[in-house]
Design a protein around this ligand. Structure first.
Ligand SMILES: [Zn+2]
Ligand SMILES: [Zn+2]
Length: 88
């Protein structure tokens, strides 16, 4: 699989192939930046509304987070609420 150089810091490995296209769109939207800490490394996709709760792969349900922030969000250490990320 070929990867563009620009995407070398994005952590694609845990996502199935058909999600990668939308990941790239979200990465461009979020300017390849973690939306919590501003990091450009180890970027991952976060589902704002988990798929288990009816969330889907639409752009407004996806957020670019670095590995560390993603982990923190999932462990409840870094709530997304009140950040108005979606109001941009
Ligand atoms: Zn981060
Ligand atoms: Zn997540």
């Amino acid at each position: 699989m070929r990867r563009h150089k620009t995407f070398r810091n994005a952590d694609f490995c845990r996502y199935p192939w058909r999600q990668k296209e939308i990941m790239i769109e979200i990465l461009w939207r979020d300017e390849f930046t973690c939306q919590l800490c501003g990091s450009h490394r180890h970027l991952q996709m976060h589902h704002i509304k988990p798929r288990s709760q009816g969330g889907d792969n639409r752009k407004d349900n996806l957020l670019t987070l670095c590995r560390e922030c993603h982990c923190a969000v999932h462990h409840g250490n870094m709530p997304l609420k009140g950040m108005n990320i979606l109001d941009r």
